[in-house]
Design a protein. Sequence first.
Length: 272
Amino acid sequence: MNNKLRSRQTKDGIRIYEQSDFAGMHAAGKVAATILDEIAEHVQVGQTTAALDQIITDKVTQMGADSATIGYKGYQHASCISVNHVVCHGIPSDKTLKDGDILNIDVTVIVDGWFGDTSRMYVAGRLPRKAERLIQVTHDALMLGIEAARPGNTFGDIGHAIQSFVESHRMSVVRDFCGHGLGRVFHAPPNVLHYGRPGTGPVLEEGMFFTIEPMVNLGRPETKTLADDWTAVTRDKSLSAQFEHSVGVTAGAPEIFTLSPAQMFHPTYLGG
């Protein structure tokens, strides 16, 4: 770590954080990741996503954090829960989970002014083989994107690492949504695309904080947003999966702020 990191903005408007700021991001990320660890046992056939969201809401309060999503642009839940062909921003509801449903749960908390943002995949009941493959590819694509988040690389390098891997497995990367900068704000430059060409886009520098959160479809990449103005679904109704980490760029390997304390980020039912 560079002990002389100073807060500033790049010419692309991307905030460079100080070394001391990494601790705040680790603290916020740990709370978000812990909540996702603890919700796992409640993801069961017959459970409603509204009940899962209420458990998450209670856990946010119990851990002394604030929800970043309650009240955000009118949203009224502490999580987004996206089931099967829902790509992202699924609104918790009274609909019950069925055997074989896969779901992404996305949580963002605020701890001492720092934002911790992460999501991961779960399954209710038995995991179908095609969903297992989708989840595995999406997880591995995220980790390849994180590996590319090193000084001197570009954001295009991150997107290319994800896109080329996903497409080699005959799946598609969603283009309508992307990762984002964060820190003491929820969303900030840069937009972190999960597709792209090597060597394009802003150059990565030590002290940048952002999310990488690829959404991968079994079918085509196109999405549509439902009438509630939040829920995004695959146009062809194919299954979709997503994983998200918040990361910080260092002089060496990137730091992941949202590592699972229980090592449950990669679903345990896949042997992760």
